[in-house]
Design a protein around this ligand. Structure first.
Ligand SMILES: Nc1nc2c(ncn2[C@@H]2O[C@H](COP(=O)(O)OP(=O)(O)OP(=O)(O)O)[C@@H](O)[C@H]2O)c(=O)[nH]1
Ligand SMILES: [Mg+2]
Length: 382
């Protein structure tokens, strides 16, 4: 089965490796509050477990990735139904590059560095890690956070990729009482960040932009040491926060991007921009034109590795996604995520598993967006 490539980008020490290890631990079991689990090829699972053991050991942290070394992790998303069947609707393939590729000019100049950047430019999904510690420093007037990310902003600005910005080490920011909205408002005061953000929003063909607060370790697991740099462990269990949210957003944002593109083609967006809000209008139109959208989508599969990776179940899942979201907008019998999770566990085929999964993810994300204003950036925000 082919997989959806996700490129993980973040300067050195931003928390990429710790995040992926924590994500795997969170999703290694089918937990009641998540509803699905992931499977990794055995050697990758062993390696990530080793990294995780290091993280939770009384001292020591994982080593920084070496420049020439890229870790690749294939997370196959699965459910075990009430009947004991396992269905695996899709696989995400995370590439974890050494953070130095972003900030070190000498590294970028190598053949390997050039290949890294090519992969970034071709990516449909970018998972960009904003180091929570540097975000805190930015809030205190230190602009290095933005300077380091300028190449990433350039790459995202030039592409149609879906970009998920993870504000890592959120435990530190949460302890100071910050919300996503407050951090984003402060970031927008920076002219470079502001222009990146506005330019990106103006693009009508681009993928979603999300700002997701995550803590791979959770509140109180580690606190900043006296040197203002080293994290000191406090001898607690990790209680990760929101680590699975970006995972769930991949399919939803893939489908939303395609819907955006297909509707654009049909001119539905421009009809009357003031009549109703953009998204309810888009989904309303789409629900009426599903057969036409299906044939347009079929044509896109060839040019998108992400769509090709879910090709077998794509069409019906897209139908389910549009229909259910439209139902939610119209507030007719919308199910909450608890009900959807229960329904998913009754699936009798891979297709049914995929359909209920996309609906569940969409519903969980809607709840998350309601609880964290500012996390999903929409064109309407302009
Ligand atoms: N408080 C807190 N600290 C964290 C969290 N995640 C990571 N850290 C700290 O950040 C350090 C760097 O994390 P890594 O995951 O190794 O960073 P990386 O992005 O993989 O870095 P490179 O491999 O060098 O590119 C860790 O050693 C921890 O000390 C978190 O959720 N909370
Ligand atoms: Mg690393």
């Amino acid at each position: 089965m082919s997989s959806i490539p996700v490129t993980v980008l973040g300067p050195q020490g931003s928390g990429k490796t710790v995040y992926l290890a924590s994500l795997f631990r969170r999703l290694a079991l089918q937990r009641d509050d998540v509803g699905f689990f992931v499977q990794l090829p055995p050697h990758e699972a062993t390696k990530l477990n080793q990294i995780y053991s290091q993280i939770v050991s009384p001292d020591g942290w994982p080593d920084p990735n070496l420049l020439s070394h890229t870790s690749e992790w294939k997370f196959t998303c699965s459910i075990r139904t009430e009947q004991g069947e396992v269905y695996s609707p899709f696989t995400l393939d995370y590439l974890d590059f050494a953070g130095d590729h972003l900030t070190n000019a000498a590294a970028t100049a190598t053949e390997y560095g050039a290949a890294v950047w090519q992969r970034v430019e071709e990516s449909e999904f970018l998972l960009v890690l904003l180091d929570g510690l540097k975000v805190m420093r930015y809030l205190d007037g230190d602009n290095r956070l933005i300077d380091e990310l300028m190449p990433v902003f350039g790459a995202i600005g030039a592409s149609r990729a879906v970009a998920h910005f993870l504000v890592t080490k959120w435990d530190l920011l949460e302890a100071e009482g910050y919300s996503v909205r407050a951090v984003l408002d402060r970031l927008l005061e920076n002219p470079d960040f502001h222009d990146f953000y506005v330019n990106r929003l103006r693009r009508t063909d681009g993928g979603a932009l999300r700002f997701i607060p995550v803590s791979s370790l959770g509140r109180g697991f580690a606190t900043l040491g006296p040197d203002g740099q080293t994290m000191v462990k406090q001898g607690r269990f990790p209680q990760p926060l929101n680590v699975e949210v970006p995972f769930m957003a991949v399919l939803v944002d893939l489908f939303t991007r395609e819907l955006n593109r297909t509707s654009e083609l049909q001119g539905t967006v421009e009809e009357d921009p003031r009549k109703t809000e953009l998204w309810p209008r888009l989904f309303g139109m789409a629900a009426k034109k599903l057969p036409a959208l299906r044939s347009i989508l079929t044509a896109y599969v060839n040019s998108s590795p992400a769509l090709a990776a879910v090709q077998e179940t794509l069409m019906d899942a897209f139908d389910a996604f549009v229909t259910e979201r439209n139902r939610r907008f119209e507030e007719k019998a919308a199910e909450d995520s608890g009900q959807l999770r229960a329904r998913m566990l009754k699936a009798q085929s891979r297709q049914e598993a995929m359909n209920t999964m996309i609906t569940l993810f969409d519903s969980v994300l809607a709840e998350f967006e309601a609880a964290n204003p500012g996390t999903l950036v929409l064109r309407e925000a302009l």
